[in-house]
Design a protein around this ligand. Structure first.
Ligand code: WQD
Length: 345
């Protein structure tokens, strides 16, 4: 028996595309929408190669209520996984209105159209950035929340909107998933992280140095109170993250309560730990320079992942070596990302 239809917004993005495959493997029918503002249509070709099925996809912006309503009328999804949002911390500081309109407006629009079509289950892509500057580590879901940039404010507001909606209308079941640092790629090397322009995040920048697209990594400070002075983060394999979404959907479809959980490994690694692991995985040197700290960075941030294990029966399985191996396979097969239609031999 086919399981319910799940609608993914932001479906051709980094995490959306990996979750698409995980949901199909779990037996769900998946419909994807995206406006391609931060992803490539080439992802659909790769998904077809990986799944053996033509993706059911529509190019729709979640801020377009009429187009979104037509998607619901056609496909009648039982739940929504909402990835569609801008996600660059630095960009959000420069363009706050764009971030509030797209991330908050898009979520509100999606919830209103869902309600019109009797769909009241949503999995929301949140972020560990809602914890602001951690007071103590590891971070559990009861830790203090604060927004330290407009991007983080849109994630915190998104969680608040869903909490208040559930309180006002008990039919709603919501799952807010607080991602730590997603990295890595599908083991096939056919899909992976493909940031446009200069990567903001560490792993894709390291990958581009290893493959020769960039000359050197800048390490943003080595005077933090960590084991080697560089920033410590909780890196989580994107395929573990995708399985976390499957587990959250299963939870919502089986029950009635809403939930907010961390999706992390509970293990922190420093910038230099990651550089060393990447060099071992790729066999390539990753030259770097120590430079000044980046504004807004915290010294360390890593999860207490116990609640997701207790409530969802989910925990991360892949270690840092596997994250680097899978990232390297994707990067070395696609030195220019999705821009090159054919992957390298
Ligand atoms: C990791 C570490 C940097 C780049 C952000 C968002 C979070 C999520 C993931 C969206 C830090 C250091 C980085 C570089 C470096 N984004 N670094 N040189 O800042 O922990 O999290 O991205 O969902 O919400 O807050 O991730 O990968 O940018 O940085 O030294 O060129 O690597 O200082 O210590 P971050 P990051």
């Amino acid at each position: 028996m086919t399981k319910p239809t799940i609608l993914l917004t932001g479906a051709t993005g980094y995490i959306g595309s990996h979750t698409w495959l995980a949901l199909q493997a779990a037996g769900y029918a998946v419909v994807g929408i995206d406006n391609f503002s931060n992803s490539s249509a080439e992802v659909l070709t790769r998904l077809e190669r990986l799944s053996g099925r033509t993706p059911v996809f529509e190019q729709v912006d979640v801020c377009d209520a009429a187009a979104l309503g037509a998607v619901f009328a056609r496909h009648r999804p039982a739940a929504v996984v909402h990835f569609a949002a801008f996600k660059a911390v630095g960009e959000s500081t420069a363009k706050p209105l764009d971030y509030y309109r797209n991330n908050i407006g898009g979520l509100i629009n999606t919830c209103e159209v869902m309600r019109q079509h009797g769909c009241t289950r949503i999995v929301f892509s949140s972020s560990a950035t809602v914890y602001g500057v951690p007071e103590k580590l590891p971070l559990d879901e009861q830790a203090a929340l604060s927004a330290v940039n407009p991007y983080g404010a849109t994630k915190l507001m998104g969680e608040t909107i869903l909490r208040d909606l559930g309180a006002a209308e008990p039919a709603w079941q919501t799952a807010a998933l607080r991602y730590f640092n997603p990295v890595g790629a599908h083991e096939s090397g056919l899909i992976g992280e493909d940031p446009s322009g200069i990567p903001n995040n560490l792993m894709p920048f390291v990958a581009q140095v290893a493959v020769g697209r960039r000359a050197r990594l800048q390490v943003f400070g080595n005077d933090y109170a960590t084991h080697d002075g560089t920033g410590v983060r909780d890196y989580i394999h994107v395929q573990d993250l995708a399985e976390g979404h499957v587990a959250a959907l299963r939870f919502l479809l089986a029950g009635s309560e809403s939930i907010t959980v961390n999706l992390g490994t509970g293990q922190g690694y420093s910038v230099l730990d990651l550089v060393k692991a990447y060099e071992a995985a790729s066999g390539r040197a990753v030259p770097y320079d120590i430079v000044a700290r980046r504004a807004g960075d915290v010294a360390a941030c890593y999860a207490d992942p116990q609640l997701a294990k207790d409530k969802l029966g989910w925990q991360a399985k892949h270690d840092l070596a596997r994250m680097c191996e899978d990232s390297w396979r994707w990067q070395s097969l696609n030195p220019k990302g999705f821009a090159q239609q054919e992957i390298s031999a």
